[in-house]
Design a protein around this ligand. Structure first.
Ligand code: ZN
Length: 418
């Protein structure tokens, strides 16, 4: 829950994961432009909102295969537009646009803050700038609903929301614009003229909470996919010291929710290039290592919703608290095949956790994730796995506490098979 509350954006999620690996696992953050270390050790590369971390132990060869857990740091949200200052009907508004896509209605009438990264002029920094993260958890903004008196049919057909015209949060009452860049300057302690670029999004200000009669459900923003990022970090910390036939590694990609095509998304060379350098830069060693490697693509799975149970495939219902979920799709929206499924089942036996299987109905479409993209980039057997949840892409999602614990145990066993 602390990780969820402290990670409102991919930049925070990747930086917090790196900080935990450094603090609790003695990992060393390596600069990509520096020579990679050749001695055994625990290393991490942070590329903006993405992270790769790996372990090279005494006795590991450069061609020792990897076991890799992949996840993603981004979630559906609303991003602030480049020229966001708007005024209408005496209100100061902030221009935003959907990223993801979010479930629009779930963001209405919530107390919203802002968080992100600002690039501040700094001649000593990379490219003449330094990156400052900020997280403003005050209730600043509101996507205000229309009164029911002005839309009597809203409960019958739902709100008809146009993202350009209806989803514009208000944050003040004045006829003059609010001046967003002045606000940003205050957040990072820099002069307005030194703010050269920024990536800022809305964040829900309500902290994560335990929910339910037995307090064994977890309600929060960004469970998809910080639950998996957290489980991946737990698994790497648990296996970093263990000697095994595989080298453990994790990758947390950005931009999964918008197609993964960026320099730090799953469609980029990020993971392959880091692994190749971690293998010592010898292509033969790298390809030998890859040939025996496997990836678990960790992303959330749909639990069967009690009020819409007919939407679940009847023979593949997924229960909350039923344990981690293997995800299979006929057209490879998930990468899992028999070989990956077998490896995951062995890991589940080793961790002594149950495994459920998600298959979408044959007459319904299916989401996707980093699994097939990573498999296509690396040429490595990949299995898609997740933890059950409801309300995926809502501003406030719901997962299960015991499922999170079993998920981390499963990924730990996957990284270090007996
Ligand atoms: Zn996801």
């Amino acid at each position: 829950m602390a990780y969820l509350d402290a990670s409102p954006t991919p930049f925070h999620a990747a930086a917090n994961a790196a900080a935990r690996l450094v603090d609790e696992g003695d990992f060393e953050v390596v600069g990509e432009h520096d020579p990679f270390p050749t001695r055994p050790g625990r290393y991490a590369v942070l590329r903006d909102g993405a992270l790769v971390a790996w372990v090279q132990r005494e006795g590991d060869a450069r061609h020792t295969p990897w076991r890799i857990v992949g996840a993603h740091t981004d979630s559906p949200t609303f991003q602030v537009k480049p020229r966001p200052d708007l005024v209408k009907a005496g209100w100061q508004l902030l221009g935003v646009e959907p990223y993801g896509p979010p479930i629009y209605a779930s963001w209405l009438d919530r107390d919203l803050g802002l968080a992100g990264r600002v690039l501040v002029r700094d001649p000593a920094g990379r490219g003449g700038v330094r990156a400052e993260l900020f997280d403003d958890t005050r209730a600043l903004l509101r996507l205000a609903q229309l009164a029911i008196h002005l839309d009597r049919a809203v409960n019958e057909r739902g709100a008809q929301l146009n993202p350009q015209t209806h989803l514009v949060p208000l944050w003040g009452v004045d006829d003059a614009p609010a001046n967003f860049t002045a606000y940003l300057g205050e957040q990072v302690g820099a002069a307005e003229g030194d703010l050269l670029g920024w990536d800022v999004s809305l964040r829900d200000t309500q902290p994560a909470a335990l929910l339910g009669r037995d307090r064994d459900l977890l309600a929060s923003a960004r469970l998809d996919n910080l639950v998996s990022c957290h489980a991946a970090v737990e698994a790497l910390l648990a296996t970093a010291g263990e000697h095994a036939a595989y080298r453990p590694a994790i990758v947390l990609f950005d931009h999964e929710e918008v197609g993964s095509r960026s320099e730090r998304g799953a469609a980029s060379p990020l993971l392959g290039s880091i692994l190749e350098r971690a293998a010592g830069g010898d292509r033969e060693d790298y390809w030998r290592a890859l040939a025996g490697s496997m990836v678990a693509s960790a992303d959330m799975a749909h639990a069967t919703h009690p009020n819409y149970a007919e939407l679940a495939e009847p023979a593949h219902q997924v229960r909350m608290h039923g344990g981690p979920v293997l995800k299979v799709h006929r057209e490879l929206r998930y990468a899992s095949d028999g070989r990956g499924i077998a490896a995951l089942r062995l890991a589940a036996e080793q961790a002594d956790v149950p495994v459920q299987v998600f298959v979408t109905r044959s007459d319904l479409p299916c989401g996707s994730t980093i699994g097939p993209i990573t498999a296509g980039q690396l040429g490595v057997t990949t299995v898609d796995v997740g933890a059950p949840m409801l309300s995926m892409h809502s501003a406030r999602e719901l997962a299960g506490v015991p499922d999170q614990q079993a998920y981390a145990a499963l990924l730990t066993a996957f990284l270090a098979p007996a």
